[in-house]
Design a protein around this ligand. Structure first.
Ligand code: NAD
Length: 499
């Protein structure tokens, strides 16, 4: 059996804890590798390597640090297909979608190439008599990222791109379900010229996450995953004096107004609901048609098109989505489907029991569609994270606006309409962090930033963009005075002011 090692001090290091996790190929359902699960001593070894490396890295001028990022971006392009195939083989998403996962991370690396500009501080000449004030952004030291299974390339790069470009050393704890791509990314960073020890990968589960949160030399922790864990990571990290940002789960709504281009909306909803088997925090698992006529027409168009969706192995170029990540996750999704039936929703299309010929042990699930879901149902209130679309009918714009606003999650939302006034009003009023207007998956581009509201995000800074740079740096402000000589100023016992 292949072993997946840690990556410490610039090289692969076999695990010594005696614990490992199974890594499946979701297409075949077979265990394909064992990933080492680190203990506290292994984490500490990585942190000590990072502490030493960071001192030198922070002194490298920003333009040279940017050059490592430029070269890393080039290597990502060279290795794109190899990385995508590796990603698909552990995650199950189709090849084109894996390329998208890598490309979205690459775009954050492109943004991080601008780090000399991004780190520039502010300067005020003559803030007082002979007084100038300037500020600078300095790295924090050693920082860490804990990432989920569903974007094993993009989310690590959201974090380590800005963090390393800004002069920090980074400990990455990727998901133990698909750990190979994060490991390859670290190797490519070294190949791009990053000094050994600046980026370390430590695999593991809850144990090593707790060790990261308690480690006295780790200054900040960025987390992305499910909300209950995000909240507990936020609390434990803060208790240990760290800067913490934690992105959580989601239940994104697509509002369809009566004037929407319905054919376009249906095409967009199908892709956003079922793409990546629904395992995206920006998926669109809830659709809210406004008015009876819109609901009826939308339902008919969805029902007509769902049977044509192609579920297949991740290497099938015709497949629109592949298997889910593990058998346990498939069982959980199936439980939610049954719960929906028991709660009284109408199961219009049932994806349970789908088996792909020749891949009977793979973790496949067909697309499911529910109608007449209500906001009282547990299956509406909770995140399912699978290929399940729920129609929640609304009578009015106000009701459609209230649904995502009152939901516990507030990651993304989309409105389909031709009415600019309604779209503008919706974007302004809705209590959700990322809004799409006729855009089904409104993941912001790399030079804006990504973050949800309510139980989708704990902490106050978003991922990537300027917020990413702010999260991984701290401001130092210098007030300087160079007296011209002459009379000595009187001593003063009151707070200096600018009168
Ligand atoms: P998860 O919460 O199970 O795991 C996330 C990370 O936490 C992993 O590295 C895992 O090893 C670690 N972990 C697992 N159990 C832990 C515990 N008890 N204590 C401490 N750490 C623990 O999430 P997942 O299943 O890998 O990913 C899917 C979830 O992530 C979904 O809820 C999805 O919505 C969310 N997500 C959110 C965003 C976002 O930006 N808001 C992006 C992607 C995914």
């Amino acid at each position: 059996m292949r072993n997946i090692d840690h990556f410490i001090d610039g090289r692969r290091v076999a695990g010594t804890s005696g614990r490992h996790g199974d890594v499946f190929d979701p297409n075949s359902g077979q265990v394909q590798a064992h990933v080492a699960l680190a203990n506290t001593a292994e984490l500490d070894r990585a942190v000590q390597s990072a502490v030493l490396a960071q001192r030198g890295w922070a002194k490298v001028n920003p333009q040279r640090r940017a050059r490592v990022m430029f070269e890393f971006k080039r290597l990502l392009e060279v290795h794109m297909d190899e990385l995508a195939a590796l990603l698909s083989s552990e995650h199950g998403k189709v090849h084109g979608d894996s390329r998208g996962d890598i490309q979205r991370g690459l775009e954050v690396i492109e943004f991080a190439c601008g780090i000399p500009h991004l780190l520039k501080g502010e300067y005020t000449q003559g803030a007082g008599p002979g007084i100038d004030v300037y500020s600078m952004r300095q790295p924090l030291g050693v920082v860490a990222g804990i990432t989920p299974f569903n974007f094993p390339a993009m989310i690590p790069m959201w974090m380590f791109g800005p963090a390393i470009a800004a002069g920090n050393a980074f400990i990455l704890k990727p998901s133990e379900r698909d750990p190979s791509v994060p490991l390859r990314l670290a190797e490519l960073m070294i190949e791009a010229g990053l000094p050994e020890g600046v980026l370390n990968v430590v695999h593991g589960d809850k144990d090593v996450v707790e060790a990261i949160l308690k480690h006295p030399q780790i200054r900040a922790v960025s987390f992305v995953g499910s909300s209950d864990i995000a909240q507990s990571v936020y609390a434990l990290g803060a208790q240990h004096g760290k800067r913490v940002q934690c992105m959580g789960g989601a239940k994104n709504h697509g509002i369809v107004l009566p004037d929407a281009d319905l054919d376009q909306a249906v095409a967009d909803i199908l892709g956003a609901a079922y793409g990546s088997a629904g395992e995206r925090c920006m998926a669109l698992p809830v659709v809210v048609p406004v008015g009876e006529a819109t609901a009826q027409a939308l339902r008919e168009k969805l029902v007509a098109r769902i049977p044509d969706l192609r579920v297949g192995v991740s290497s099938d170029p015709q497949a629109q989505f592949g298997p889910v990540v593990t058998a346990a996750h498939r069982a959980r999704i199936e439980q939610y489907i049954q719960m929906g039936v028991d709660e009284g929703a109408e199961l219009v299309v049932d994806g349970r029991g789908f088996r792909l010929p020749g891949h009977g042990d793979g973790f496949f699930l067909g697309p499911s569609l529910f109608d007449r879901v209500t906001d009282k149902m547990t299956t509406y209130r909770e995140e399912i994270f699978g290929p399940v679309l729920q129609i929640v009918r609304a009578d009015s714009f106000e009701q459609a606006l209230a649904l995502p606003s009152q939901h516990q999650y507030g990651n993304g939302v989309t409105i389909f309409t031709r009415n600019g006034d309604a779209a503008r009003e919706f974007a302004e009023q809705v209590e959700v962090g990322m809004v799409g207007i006729n855009v089904p998956i409104p993941v912001p581009v790399a030079y804006h930033s990504f973050g949800g509201w309510k139980r989708s995000g704990f902490g106050d800074l978003n991922q990537y963009g300027q917020d990413g740079v702010r999260f991984f740096t701290r401001t130092k402000t210098v007030t300087q005075r160079w007296p011209r000589g002459g009379a000595v100023a009187d001593q003063s016992f009151v707070i200096p002011t600018m009168r």
